[in-house]
Design a protein around this ligand. Structure first.
Ligand SMILES: Nc1ncnc2c1ncn2[C@@H]1O[C@H](COP(=O)(O)OP(=O)(O)OP(=O)(O)O)[C@@H](O)[C@H]1O
Length: 877
């Protein structure tokens, strides 16, 4: 936020809590729009990150940018995914508490991209080793595989995830990623057999046809042309310019090999079998019973699924029921046979997808039993969905969002409340809409919608979608969040069909059509088809269809109940972790860059509950900071606290705010933090700091110039160099030419570095604190145990002391780490020069890590010590 304060006028506020008019939706949207126009797609609401999909590549995901966010205090840098990622990672490391990042938003808002970018951030910035590299690769490579099988082109997103995903990344005691685990939720199986106009089936089908080698396609009995397959023509959308199936196929195949996948031929046989299944056709005989007319398909299916062809043919046109221990087989009519075929296709695909997730999990599993691992979870799950026609899937998805909202409100309010309590600050708890009432309406035992739906699915007799609706009307008719055509008053009735019900969700009203609810909830596969699959010799099918299903007397769980149970487990997982939130939004429906559709944004602000979120965050105070941090930033504004304050930070802040003329109603002093009620108080302080910094900046310029030019320093440098030259040369075995290179090169680097980060340079806003912070962090990390005991957890109070400590310990290597953190390019440039030199003959392998490092360290160490001594006042600005 501190960096946000400086940039506030140009680009709106970087944190919505600083909006003066925080209850105004228009002001909220205007702030988003202003920032979006400047390609500033991230904005905070406190610690929640709001992201607007730019629909274009921005230069904000580079390695340099990752370094910028690494180990840096959340508030010091501009809002970014990396700040959230880094903050969670640091809490994980320092507090050893499991974390989770919840990413939500509607389809196409950028959830999956955000998840991938966070994973990449960890892959680049976390400690590495050979084993860790393998895990990182697998974590990253699991994506193309799961996307091929679980993503599809929809009207809203060309690469839409059609399942919910929760991914745990496990870190060892060093903070290196060592394993992972994925949980998947509610794959949209209906897409296998049907797609809306303009949409496609799952990517894998097109990838296989487009990219599969001829030999492979021949073995699978497939033709290259997607138009040949009934399951691929429903959406009339085989080719899409933004999707390169051939390329994606290659990426997917490579990814399969990284996650040690040896059964790809069996897997692809299953994919092909679904396509063949879609082409199985029926004709009615004289009695109206269905007969298979496409023998060829049965032949392929028998081979690919490794089942008996005639048994499969029979199973597709008959229904077997076991009643009172007796088997009853009855023929199916055309409609029933088509239903059975599609149910089989969905079951095969859905179960294979779950099998695939398991397979990925096996490859990601961390085998060592290590009690010190910590976990960071990433939840990339569907946001609220409101279409013109909402069906069973939207009902489940919106129910999931109700649960997540409940968790969010509970945790956010809880943490706000806890903070005020622990700080001893009086606070009126904020009133908010508790959506428990809606969650109960959906999930309550016996009386909830899911229970009533299950009851209809499982009861004997002729249950239909309409009888389900009637039961609903009977049971929950008085519920304030439930409405049907029959229950509505005359005015509202017009907007409701007879087969519809409406739920007043926390985010708004959604009308659902009951058509298909029973079928989808039952997810029924006839027994004889199940038996046939259980006898399959395809090892994957064999694992997907377990024989115990046939003997199990218990009725299988319905789809809604399965979903409800898995959500309840998910809530438990999330509750046990410390959450961070990313709220994604899409700026327009046309997937276009630089287009900000205000109506669409307003809709999302509402459905993501952002105004409510801001209201809760602003209910008390707009800004709060630890006394140390506040004093550090603003101490130069008061003669008594500048340049150093020797007393308690609490007293220092008290003196400072008195000097600044804060009125009592503008702030409160807690136990460890100051709380400022209004943004304007903070802005005024910030403006004063700006003025002050300018004069200090000029002083610093002079000082830096003086230092760099001073003969004293050059003499020290030369003296130091001479003293160490002989020794270093001996150790490193360097020749004359190499020796000469460093003293000339190094000051240049340093000079450039100092100037680049000089207060007049626009980037310098965060720099000085960054130096301090990383210096202390390194100190903490690198100090030997016995020293740590004495000086830690209380960090050295000033840089000057830290610097003395450093000198006393002669920890030159630490200085090296310090330099490396600030500017990785230094290290690279210097090392490359050394590697390229004659001694190491251009080969990295010949390059002994320790020798040139020592050589470089001594120089940088000496120099930095000088800088720290001379500029400690400025550095602790
Ligand atoms: N940060 C970003 N920078 C550039 N483009 C982006 C970014 N985020 C998203 N996009 C673009 O938007 C598209 C949709 O994003 P993404 O697939 O992450 O959405 P989603 O929220 O996961 O959608 P769904 O729920 O349908 O899976 C991406 O394919 C990409 O083209």
């Amino acid at each position: 936020m501190e960096s946000a304060l400086t940039a506030r006028d140009r680009v709106g506020v970087q944190d919505f809590v600083l909006l003066e008019n925080f209850t105004s939706e228009a002001a909220f949207i205007e702030n988003l729009r202003k920032r979006f126009k400047e390609n500033l797609i991230y904005t905070y609401i406190g610690s929640v990150l709001v992201s607007v999909n730019p629909y274009k590549e921005l230069e904000i995901y580079t390695k340099q940018n990752m370094e910028r966010y690494r180990g840096v205090s959340f508030y010091e840098v501009s809002p970014h995914l990396y700040a959230i990622a880094d903050n969670s990672y640091r809490s994980l490391r320092t507090e050893r508490k499991d974390q989770c990042i919840l990413i939500s938003g509607e389809s196409g808002a950028g959830k999956t991209e955000a998840t991938k970018k966070i994973l990449q951030y960890y892959a680049v910035t976390c400690p590495a080793s050979q084993q860790v590299e393998t895990v990182k690769d697998r974590l990253l490579q699991s994506n193309p595989v799961l996307e091929a099988f679980g993503n599809a082109k929809t009207l809203r997103n060309d690469n839409s995830s059609r399942f919910g995903k929760y991914m745990d990344v496990q870190f060892d005691y060093r903070g290196a990623p060592v394993g992972g685990h994925i949980l998947n939720y509610l794959l949209e199986k209906s897409r296998v057999v049907h797609q809306n106009h303009g949409e496609r089936n799952f990517h894998i089908f097109y990838q296989l046809l487009e990219g599969g080698e001829e030999d492979l396609l021949r073995r699978l009995g497939l033709e290259k042309n997607p138009q040949q397959y009934h399951y691929l023509v429903k959406g009339h959308c085989a080719r899409v310019s933004s999707i390169n199936d051939k390329n994606e196929w290659k990426i997917m195949r490579r990814a399969l090999s990284v996650i040690s996948f040896n059964d790809s031929e069996d897997l692809l046989s299953i994919v092909a079998s679904v396509l063949h299944l879609g082409n199985v056709q029926f004709a009615a005989d004289e009695q109206g019973n269905a007969q298979v007319t496409t023998e060829n398909q049965i032949k392929y299916l028998a081979r690919l699924l490794a089942v008996d062809g005639s048994v499969l043919r029979d199973a597709l046109i008959h229904k077997k029921i076991i009643a009172k221990g007796e088997e009853l087989v009855s023929p199916l009519n055309l409609e029933q046979a088509a239903y059975a075929r599609d149910a089989l296709a969905k079951a095969i695909y859905g179960r294979t997808f779950s099998w695939l997730v398991n397979k990925v999990n096996k490859s990601l599993a961390y085998k060592a039993s290590d009690p010190l691992t910590t976990v960071l979870g990433l939840l990339d799950i569907y946001g609220f969905e409101v279409f013109q026609h909402n069906s069973f899937e939207q009902f489940c998805i919106n129910y999931c969002n109700e649960k997540l909202q409940q968790l969010f409100i509970e945790l956010t309010l809880k943490s706000e409340q806890e903070e005020y309590e622990s700080e001893g600050i009086a606070w009126e708890p904020v009133q908010y809409f508790n959506n428990k009432i809606i969650c109960d309406l959906v999930e309550e035992k016996f009386k909830g919608i899911i229970s009533i739906l299950d009851e209809e699915c499982l009861r004997p007799g002729d249950a239909t979608d309409m009888t389900f609706l009637e039961k609903l009307e009977e049971t929950v008719k008085n519920h304030p969040h439930f409405l049907t055509h029959k229950l509505a008053d005359q005015k509202t009735r017009k907007s409701l069909g007879r087969e519809e019900f409406r739920l007043s969700h926390y985010a708004g009203d959604v009308t659902y059509s009951v058509a298909g609810f029973l079928d989808k909830n039952n997810d029924l596969l006839f027994r004889n088809l199940k038996e046939t699959m259980c006898n399959s010799e395809n090892p994957i099918i064999n694992q997907c269809f377990d024989r115990t299903e046939l003997t199990d007397k218990k009725r299988p769980e319905t789809a809604a109940t399965q979903f409800k149970n898995s959500l309840s487990k998910l809530m438990e997982i999330l509750m046990s972790k410390e959450p961070s939130y990313i709220r994604c939004m899409k700026p327009n429906d046309a997937k276009q860059a630089d287009r900000f559709d205000e109506v669409l944004i307003r809709h999302q602000v509402k459905y993501l509950g952002l105004m409510e979120n801001l209201r809760v965050r602003r209910a008390g105070f707009a800004y709060r900071r630890k006394y140390e941090v506040f004093l550090q930033r603003y101490k130069s504004l008061c003669p008594e606290t500048w340049p150093t304050w020797d007393g308690r930070p609490y007293d220092g802040v008290a003196v400072l705010v008195k000097h600044l003329g804060y009125k009592p109603e503008e702030y409160k002093m807690g136990r460890t933090k100051i709380f400022i009620r209004f943004p304007k108080t903070l802005f005024a302080t910030e403006d004063a700091l700006e003025v002050r910094k300018q004069s200090l900046g000029e002083a610093l310029t002079l000082a830096v110039d003086f230092c760099l030019k001073s003969t004293k320093m050059q003499a020290t440098w030369r003296g130091f160099y001479r003293r160490k030259k002989f020794l270093t040369m001996k150790r490193s075995g360097m020749r004359d030419t190499e020796r000469e290179m460093f003293p000339q090169q190094l000051p240049q680097f340093i000079k450039g570095f100092i100037y680049r980060n000089h207060p007049r340079c626009p980037e310098n806003e965060y720099f000085l604190d960054y130096i301090r912070f990383s210096f202390l962090m390194n100190l903490k990390r690198n100090l030997p145990k016995n020293v740590l005991d004495k000086s830690w957890p209380t960090p050295p109070p000033s840089l000057c002391e830290a610097s003395q400590l450093l000198r006393r310990l002669c920890m030159q290597n630490m200085v090296w780490t310090y330099c490396k953190r600030i500017s990785p390019e230094w290290k690279q440039q210097l090392e490359q020069k050394v590697i390229a030199s004659e001694i190491f003959k251009g080969k990295k392998d010949n390059y002994p890590q320790s020798v040139p490092r020592l050589f470089i360290n001594t120089r940088l160490g000496e120099f930095l010590e000088k800088v720290q001594q001379e500029f400690y006042i400025v550095l602790s600005l």
